[in-house]
Write a protein that binds this ligand. Sequence first.
Ligand SMILES: C[S@@+](CC[C@H](N)C(=O)[O-])C[C@H]1O[C@@H](n2cnc3c(N)ncnc32)[C@H](O)[C@@H]1O
Length: 400
Amino acid sequence: MTLDGDEIARFYERHPYPPPVENLDDDVAAWSDGRRRRVEHARLWPSIPYRDTHAILIAGCGTSQAARYALRYPNARVVGVDVSPTSVSATKRLVERYGITNLELRQMPIEDVGELDTSFDHIVCTGVLHHLADPDIGLRTLRDALAPAGAIHLMVYATYGRFGVYLMQDYCRRLGVKPDQRDISDLVSTLRELPTGHPLSHLLRNTPDFADDDALADALLNPRDRSYTVPEVLRLIDGAGLRFGRWVRQAPYRPQCGALTEVPHGRRIAALPEPEQFATVELFRGTMVRHSVIAHRADSPLPAVPVRWDDETWRSYVGIRPTTVSMIDERLPPGVAAVLINQAHTDRDLVFFLHAEARRIVELLDDRRRLGDLSGASAQLLERLWWHDLIMVDASDAAS
Ligand SMILES: C[S@@+](CC[C@H](N)C(=O)[O-])C[C@H]1O[C@@H](n2cnc3c(N)ncnc32)[C@H](O)[C@@H]1O
């Protein structure tokens, strides 16, 4: 391992993140009925029939992520790797407590994943690449470990929404603030006095990234942390021999969703090529703190556009309702029969108003029925629901 790798490993030794947990009962309960597995499958592989026997790699697994995946996917074979022994030990405690038998843990850098000599259907690498000395090499290594039809789920920090974080990182660097107990406690009292309107204030109030001292250290005192704009994420993916699949949540990147639909610029942005649309909407939103994306190998045999609404294939799709979607039917504006929201969205404008007929159609969605069998349903309504992350689709019948 390189010296730089040691520095990051040492940091996470002292400040494991996320903080270790002893109890995953809520997670186990939330995944017990199989619905979330179907939703995730449709997100990763809409063109492939559902299965849950994948080989999964959790690259930079931290304290609990690998154990969570092993419990969520009991029929899968899961490998978790991390450079930090503390994180690996925290995961081992969960393995013992929950009697997990489908997880192999390795203390190793993701740059060495090739040594496992295994190919994975599903690779999860969230909150890690931006800490590597060379994220391009890290991602290229993961790409080489990805099965031809595999899918990789990446999360990297986003530049603009984290402006306040980088501002305070610079502040801490100038003062030589160290990630020890005394300096962190002084920092916490300083942050309490930040002026109103400081770019970090809304993050301090609204995100779990500052919930405790280790989280604060992870955000403000991390020895290495870089971030990405939308065009940089797309270049990172491209440069590693991967191709963009979708944003994990697409609505925040679409001009057809939320507040932009109310202004003339919405249509102007929608006329741009898709990567430009995503880049421009990121600038409009201004507050994205991370980018979560699904990518496939550039030479993947999977269709490049697995879900389409411009011909009749949508009629064979099965619509699946994400578990985070709720329907509100109180205090509605006149003429509105219900409002759909996806609680996973942080932007409050990403709501979807339904008139009575659209509500009737949405209520017919039962995770089994083909979209073409929903009487009165149109491609236009369903596409909009899909862009808003209010339905996922299983398009495997059309693909076969
Ligand atoms: C912010 S945590 C994210 C953990 C986990 N992926 C999650 O989302 O809960 C970052 C993790 O990456 C690990 N890490 C950093 N550099 C690494 C590397 N080169 N190889 C493997 N793990 C690394 C750290 O030890 C730490 O556990």
